[in-house]
Design a protein around this ligand. Structure first.
Ligand code: ADP
Ligand code: MG
Length: 620
């Protein structure tokens, strides 16, 4: 128990590394041939599953085309071998590239169209595969299969079966090291952001299509490697090895192992490989068994076997708190030590109009927000506040008008481009990815602004380390600023609403935004939390930030805003200082429903009166 606790506190990668070394050394253990063969096939399956995990588990795209890339790798390697190029390293490289090419070519149309089309296009790709192979019958042997593959060599030396086992094991271990490095890097976090919501990803400056394509294409590489390894294992390949059954097996193993995990692929692949091949009787029902595994994995075990293992691990290491600690404020944070500068820019909205069908949501709205000031946007439900934010962020195209941030016009840009220009926003319903810590969720806000390639992340090259160091330091800074630094290791989605809102603000601030758009940030918060949030907004303003606040809590608006803009039916109703707005009869009667003649207090908390059903408008 003591040991387990110690281990759980230490770096977890030691366990897979030890298992990997054990696997590489298997040829020395004199195992039975049948077991050795199952191990080899299980490793090849793990590679395939791992590739699927990248697109399905991390990026949230269901793609079944893994098998096609597997076939591309296998035939590339097989044909090379047949033509005398027997070096396995050469074959692996060529197969990886061929699979990457197939991945990119087949991914582009499906990914452009959206998630279901990718599932469908990749599904048809799998169905087409045998026919495609048959078309090139001259070279591939068509349905009869490709024979004449020569025994693999390395640097001119023939490989024994034991050597070849080690090659498979080393490639598998190396790929999982790569995969692990991607998963824990900023790219892994960005993929989880994408999975949570493409809208969120775009609002953080991430190019959604490129990101999806990256995951899909990267996932092709292990499939290609698996293909090459498979071709030289039996020295024979045929279209049957790349059929629909294999596609389902990969999917089932992924779901069973937990598709959002790195090592889940190994769990799932080994369970299926050994489970399916126990006896020939069993094999007859393999599709049924695979289906059963799929259902078990998908329904009973959320997070798959790896999720289960992680939960057990946590129980064992009971000393380690897994969830967020209770809400407590950080005494250091609210001390208001020196506030670092937030370089705000001028946001200018002029004559912006937008119609949805016949519904004129905005009819020429002007708004100017300047650095060091809070500009509040108020108005009854349906008056167009969220629509205006969505137009500024580039989620909707303007029908007319100009939106500019420090002279740079935004109205023709896509949402990710707008975000990279310096527009950051929070969502009416906090939008926070699963499976990452508060610190990672905040660091993701710097992903688009500070680049390091996947290769740099995998190899941990200097630029990656530098960017990562910046990510960590900046996350500390903004978490201090919003006062939740003590929660940085907690799971982000486990935070209560108030802190999730603060987390979103921190995620915006880490990118040093030119303007910060807050959509109903205070709704659903209790009084203390509202006060906390108000304090954070004041700090941002005092640090020079430009803040646009859409808010129903009128008291909060009055206490925070330097200028208030009131909308009604998509038009400007009034504009002025809090005093001017408080004394504006039209605003008081139309928005607050207060009779101007009656002696009423304007200090009404409207969150209770008006509940905004329309959420962020752009979906999640
Ligand atoms: P607010 O945030 O001020 O409550 P909204 O901006 O959500 O108001 O809505 C303004 C008007 O635009 C409403 O009439 C709403 O029905 C309409 N609207 C907003 N988004 C869409 C959309 N995506 N499609 C059609 N109509 C929309
Ligand atoms: Mg709204």
């Amino acid at each position: 128990m003591q040991l387990a606790r110690r281990l759980a506190g230490g770096p977890l990668w030691i366990v897979p590394l030890a298992l990997g070394i054990l696997l590489i050394l298997v040829p020395y253990f004199n195992l039975e041939y049948s077991i050795v063969r199952q191990l080899q096939l299980a490793m090849i399956l793990s590679l395939l599953v791992s590739g699927l995990n990248l697109s399905l588990g991390f990026a949230g795209e269901l793609a079944l085309g893994q098998v096609a890339m597997y076939a591309a790798g296998a035939y590339t390697a097989g044909l090379l071998s047949k033509n005398g190029h027997t070096d396995i390293l050469l074959q692996l490289a060529a197969a990886g590239l061929a699979a990457l090419l197939v991945g990119v070519l087949t991914g582009i149309p499906g990914l452009r169209l959206g998630s279901w089309s990718l599932a469908m296009t990749s599904f048809f790709l799998v169905l087409l595969l045998p026919d495609v192979i048959a078309i090139f019958k001259e070279d591939t042997g068509g349905r009869n299969g490709l024979t004449g593959i020569l025994s693999p060599t390395m640097f001119g030396r023939m490989l024994t079966p034991e050597d070849y086992f080690m090659v498979i094991a080393v490639v598998t271990v190396a790929w999982f090291a790569v995969m692990r490095n991607i998963a824990v890097s900023r790219h892994g976090t960005a993929l989880r952001v994408l999975k949570q919501s493409p809208v969120l990803a775009a609002s953080m400056g991430i190019n959604v299509f490129r990101m999806k394509l990256m995951a899909y294409a990267l996932g092709a590489v292990p499939a290609g490697l698996a293909g090459a390894l498979f071709a030289s294992l039996d020295l024979y390949i045929s279209p049957e090895a790349f059929g629909f059954t294999v596609a389902t097996t990969i999917l089932a193993a992924s779901v069973l192992g937990g598709s959002a995990s790195v090592y889940g692929a190994v769990f799932g692949a080994f369970v299926l490989q050994f489970g399916l091949n126990q006896s020939t009787d069993f094999q007859k029902y393999s599709l049924v068994v695979t289906g059963a595994f799929l259902i078990i994995g998908g329904v009973l075990l959320t997070g798959g076997l790896s999720g289960l293992a992680r939960a057990l691990w946590r129980k064992l290491a009971a000393g380690q708190p897994a969830a967020a600690p209770a809400d407590r404020s950080d005494p250091d944070a609210s001390a208001g030590d020196e506030v670092p500068a937030v370089p705000g820019k001028v946001l200018k909205v002029e004559g912006v109009a937008k119609a949805f069908g016949g519904n004129q949501a905005l009819k020429g709205v002007d708004l100017t927000a300047t650095p060091g000031r809070v500009t509040a946007l108020i108005g009854p439900n349906g008056s167009g506040k969220t629509t205006l934010l969505n137009m500024i962020c580039g989620f909707y195209r303007t029908d007319a008008g100009v939106i500019a941030l420090d002279e740079r016009q935004l109205q023709r840009m896509g949402p990710d481009q707008v975000a990279r220009t310096g527009v950051a926003r929070t969502f009416q319903t906090p939008n926070i990815p699963e499976g990452i810590t508060v610190r990672e969720a905040v660091m993701a806000g710097r992903y688009a602004g500070h680049r390091a390639t996947v290769l740099e992340a995998v190899l941990r090259l200097p630029r990656y380390r530098k960017v990562r160091k910046g990510d960590l330091a900046e996350a500390d800074r903004v978490l201090d600023l919003v006062g939740i630094r003590h929660l940085e290791d907690a799971e982000a989605t486990a935070l209560p609403l108030g802190q999730r809102r603060l987390l979103e603000v921190a995620r915006c601030l880490i990118g040093n935004p030119g303007v910060l758009l807050l959509d109903e940030t205070a709704s659903g918060l209790d009084e203390d939390e509202v006060e906390r949030l108000a304090e954070v907004i004041r700090r941002v303003r005092d640090a020079g930030g430009t803040v646009v606040l859409v808010e129903h809590n009128f008291q909060l608006v009055l206490s925070l805003a330097d200028e208030i803009v009131a909308l009604a039916h998509g038009e400007l109703m009034a504009k002025g200082t809090p005093e001017e707005i408080q004394n504006n009869e039209r605003v008081m009667s139309e928005y607050l429903g207060i009779d101007p003649d009656a002696p009423a207090s304007p200090h009404v908390v409207l969150a209770d009166v008006l509940t905004d059903g329309a959420q962020d408008g752009v979906g999640r």
